[in-house]
Design a protein around this ligand. Sequence first.
Ligand SMILES: Nc1ncnc2c1ncn2[C@@H]1O[C@H](COP(=O)(O)OP(=O)(O)OP(=O)(O)O)[C@@H](O)[C@H]1O
Ligand SMILES: [Mg+2]
Length: 224
Amino acid sequence: MIELRGIGKTYQMGSTELVALADVDLTIARNEYVALIGPSGSGKSTMMNVLGCLDLPTRGTYTFDGSEVASLDEDELARVRNRKIGFIFQSYYLMPRISIADNVAQPLIYRGIAPAVRRQRAVDALARVGLEARTLHKPNELSGGQRQRVAIARALVGRPDVLLADEPTGNLDSKTAREIMGVFGDLHRDGMTIIIVTHDTAIANYCRRVVRLHDGRIVEDRVQ
Ligand SMILES: Nc1ncnc2c1ncn2[C@@H]1O[C@H](COP(=O)(O)OP(=O)(O)OP(=O)(O)O)[C@@H](O)[C@H]1O
Ligand SMILES: [Mg+2]
């Protein structure tokens, strides 16, 4: 599903080069549940941006679902991001003035899906995260954990092949964080491929496989 070979990412900072990723090899199969961990500055978000086709590596090859990402044009990249990948971030990025059902349905608008179908799929996605009773609420009427569930539903509504989450529990207390990890656990059991970036080893313990980065390199890769 995901194959990184010799991936490097450097940033040019004036006359110096900053190496964010160096010679990363990583293969992730369908239905894996992976934690990407490492200290601040180790390259986790850079890796996430590469995996999510939000940013191109400066060297190496990245193959996603059979296509070499560097060979795709902007339209094809946008299509991969919109259809094959569901993104979840630490901040939920919900639109405050519309219902959570409308928030969740939003990604389907650009696909030309009829409003009634969009609404049904949004309600189905909200049911998967346990929010079927709240579909007409606005985001500010929900707790942080519930808002993150909405963001997960929005990531799911397009039926992606993989969920990429960057510090999804970073704004939550530990009990709510456990609940959110329970949601990811359920999705994994249902067959979803999930990659979670975290600096929190307690969160990583919920995942099946742990990949540890240090100074832009993979220093550990284990199944637990
Ligand atoms: N746009 C950028 N321009 C220059 N340097 C960058 C850029 N983005 C990241 N870096 C550098 O790349 C390295 C890796 O950064 P990255 O954000 O991937 O780390 P991280 O593991 O996600 O850290 P954190 O846990 O703090 O989020 C850091 O040294 C960072 O300063
Ligand atoms: Mg980061």
